[in-house]
Design a protein around this ligand. Structure first.
Ligand SMILES: [Zn+2]
Length: 343
């Protein structure tokens, strides 16, 4: 028995130090130790020669020995199958890992956030509202009664379930909803998605994004409007940008104006982007029409207000020199990756 145990100790040592680099060595190992005529089987056969009172101890030793041989074989086999790199020691473990591709903000979101943060510094809070709107909040309350010709310029998509419902054509519906609440003064900007029934082209789409602003309080004047927008333009486009107001018409403001800035591409000397005029239009604005205030339950004799609205796409195109509006909604990574922040 003692001799047998010594022999097993020797075998154990042999198994533990065995190197099995390839399938050939593995197979030789299997036959030698675990085969039908292998050493493990052979030793098991010795059980009959072991005295009865030592059979239990011998059984335990043999069991452990068998497991050792099997585990050695299985582990080596697994390693061989997974083929660890031959040049493990050449690997530089201090190198950074494979980069995880991170997404980035959409250019429209980048510009929207920038616009919001500029107006926030002037004390404007952000308000949002529904994209599916009823006729009153999208048109009626804004001094655009049915049959008003200005409605033709804002054709949209209607909900067949209810002919009074539509996709909003501007975020002005949020202005109406805020004024209806009756809490004054109001100093808000309203970013959001809007819809128009337009043929899709490089300059028009069936949906786009707007930021509108509304300030209603006592003694608000056109001078306040101009000063607010001057500040915005300088913050957004730089101190050197020139601004001009052109008289215009909107049913919901009186007086109304469109605001141009000097062309960012040519600096005012004339190019294709500004159609050789040196100016590009960026927003519409004006003093809130008394009818609109009245429609929302605000006394136009006591309160005045100004409102403005701009397309985020337009600002983004000017800011980044994007020439085709459709790029914003095509999800082309070659385009979007250009707005990935550095680092
Ligand atoms: Zn130009």
């Amino acid at each position: 028995m003692e001799q047998l145990l010594n022999q097993i100790e020797g075998y154990k040592n042999e198994i533990e130090t065995a190197i099995l680099p390839d399938n050939e060595a593995l197979e030789a190992f299997r036959i030698k130790w675990l085969g039908t005529k292998g050493i493990v089987k052979n030793l098991m056969g010795e059980m009959k020669n072991v005295p009865n009172d030592q059979k239990r101890e011998f059984g335990q030793v043999m069991n452990a020995f068998k497991i050792l041989a099997e585990e050695k074989y299985e582990t080596a086999k697994l390693l061989a199958e997974n083929e660890p790199p031959a040049n493990l020691e050449d690997t530089d473990w201090s190198l950074p890992g494979d980069p995880m591709p991170l997404g980035s903000r959409h250019p429209i979101s980048l510009i929207r956030n920038q616009i919001v943060s500029i107006f926030k510094r002037l004390g404007f809070a952000v308000s949002e509202g529904p994209e599916i709107e009823d006729d009153w909040h999208n048109f009626g309350a804004l001094n655009l009664p049915e049959d008003h010709p200005a409605r033709d310029m804002q054709d949209t998509f209607y909900v067949s379930q209810n002919p009074d419902w539509m996709l909003r054509t501007h975020t002005s519906n949020v202005q109406i909803r805020e004024m209806e609440k009756g809490k004054l003064p109001i100093r808000l900007i309203m970013p959001g998605r809007v819809y128009r029934n337009e043929t899709i082209s490089a300059r028009a789409h069936c949906f786009f994004h707007q930021v509108e602003g509304l300030y209603v309080a006592e003694n608000v004047s056109f001078a306040d409007l101009k000063q607010t927008l001057y500040f915005f333009v300088k913050e957004m486009f730089g101190q050197d940008v020139k601004v001009r107001f052109r008289p215009s018409y909107f049913p919901f403001t009186e007086p109304s104006a469109e605001m141009d800035i000097s062309c960012l591409i040519c600096g005012g000397t004339g190019c294709n982007v500004c159609k050789q005029t040196g100016w590009v239009e960026i927003l519409g604005c004006g003093m809130v029409h008394p009818n609109v205030l009245q429609n929302c339950g605000i006394d136009p004799n006591k309160y005045t207000g100004f409102a403005f609205g701009m397309g985020i796409e337009r600002i983004t195109m000017l800011k980044y020199g994007v020439k085709d509006l459709r790029l914003f909604s095509e999800n082309d990574l070659r385009f979007l990756k250009q707005f990935t922040p550095a680092g």
